[in-house]
Design a protein around this ligand. Structure first.
Ligand code: AMP
Length: 111
């Protein structure tokens, strides 16, 4: 089944894009949990981090680089959280791998 993020990547659903290259996009989360809440999403269809293949590991490294740059761009480089939810009980609602870059306020427990 096509996920919402595939539709966003294809431009079929609008988003507030902060970064894009051939492999990755970063968009503002529609329901931000903090003043800064950015989703960093590989364009490749990968359901979640548990299904990531060894060949895809460089993509995760690139996502981390993108997160570092975005954190600098928005001024949260000293205090932020970079998380990915894997599975329904962990809070995953969209089964296309993505990382939440969250900051801009004091963050508490992971819930
Ligand atoms: P997760 O719960 O980890 O799967 O994260 C999915 C995230 O996607 C949630 O934080 C939602 O607020 C966010 N989200 C859902 N729909 C959209 C949308 N159309 N544009 C941007 N973010 C969205």
């Amino acid at each position: 089944m096509t996920t919402l993020f595939e539709k966003i990547i294809a431009g079929e659903i609008p988003s507030q894009k902060l970064f894009e290259n051939d492999r990755i996009i970063a968009i503002k989360d529609i329901n931000p949990a903090a003043p800064v809440h950015i989703l960093i999403i590989p364009k490749k269809v990968i359901p979640n981090i548990q299904s990531l293949a060894e060949d895809d590991l460089p993509l995760v490294a690139e996502i981390v680089k993108v997160a570092q740059q975005l954190a600098l761009d928005v001024g949260i480089q000293d205090n932020y959280r970079l998380v990915t939810n894997c599975g329904v009980d962990a809070g995953q609602t969209i089964f296309h791998l993505h990382f939440h870059l969250v900051g801009g306020r004091k963050l508490h427990g992971l819930g």
